[in-house]
Design a protein around this ligand. Structure first.
Ligand code: ZN
Length: 257
């Protein structure tokens, strides 16, 4: 069995002391690769270093956290420059998108949309897939992708929109990753039952969204739990879930595995 965790933040401080152990535990649990996502320009260098050290297992994406626009000190211009400069070292642009749960002010929301459109243009320019974060702004996010992104590799991460919006994305040919929280969160159970296996991947969003009660830090090996849950939900074997989601991840992100 081979599994891939397509979204997490392994450069996060939570892993600074034990990343080697986390990766070893992943490998022991049939995880063959993990994609780690930097969301600040201040973590780009350490993310790329980490990926270089774990070549063939870790892959990087570079994003600009849509939830943090108000309190951050780094600038969007720096993000665009750094991402373009490091294009050869990354597998996607993101996470990018809109977060209207954290951003309430109309003028800042407008600014966020403008940033998002610029990030979509950059992804087209460097010919990369996009990793999308959206919260309480699902419909607007989808509209902007439909209008501004020319590419056809779209990864909706940890999506919490309703079935109608999920169907719209599926009709567009987009992909979804099911978070490990599927084992106990209704909203992600709806996502898992609506998305067919051939458009599905698995993610942790580590260190966040741990599916295990009392365990603060999520890690890639936990996608075994969601793979098992999805197998039961879809009435197939866990090996089939692993095979298909892994194949999808390799294809979408051109992982060359
Ligand atoms: Zn994330």
């Amino acid at each position: 069995m081979r599994l891939i965790d397509v979204h997490g933040h392994l450069e996060w401080d939570s892993f600074s002391k034990n990343i080697d152990d986390v990766i070893m535990r992943s490998r022991e649990n049939n995880i063959i690769a993990a994609i780690t996502c930097s969301v600040y320009t201040t973590t780009i260098e350490q993310t790329l270093d980490l990926v270089k050290k774990n070549k063939g297992f870790l892959f990087a994406t570079l994003g600009f956290a849509p939830s943090d626009y108000k309190k951050r000190s780094d600038t969007f211009t720096t993000y665009l420059e750094q991402t373009e400069k490091n294009a050869a070292k990354i597998v996607a642009v993101g996470e990018i998108g809109l977060d209207y749960y954290w951003i309430r002010e109309p003028d800042i929301r407008k600014q966020c949309e403008d940033y998002f459109i610029q990030a979509l243009a950059l992804a087209d320019k460097i010919k990369k897939p996009i990793v999308i974060h959206c919260r309480d702004a699902e419909k607007r996010t989808i509209e902007l992708i439909e209008e501004y992104y020319q590419g056809d590799r779209i990864h909706m991460h940890c999506f919490s929109g309703d079935e109608k919006l999920i169907s719209r994305c599926l009709k567009n040919g987009w992909w979804f990753s099911i978070p490990t929280s599927v084992i106990n969160r209704k909203i992600h159970q709806t996502l898992a039952s609506t998305v067919p296996l051939d458009r599905m991947m698995l993610e942790t969003d580590a260190p966040f969204l741990s599916p295990i009660e009392g365990q603060k830090i999520n890690e890639p090996k936990n996608i075994v739990l969601s793979a098992r849950y999805i197998a039961k939900l879809k009435g197939v074997s866990i090996e089939e879930v692993a095979d298909i989601t892994t194949k999808n991840a390799i294809e979408l992100f051109s992982l060359g595995l």
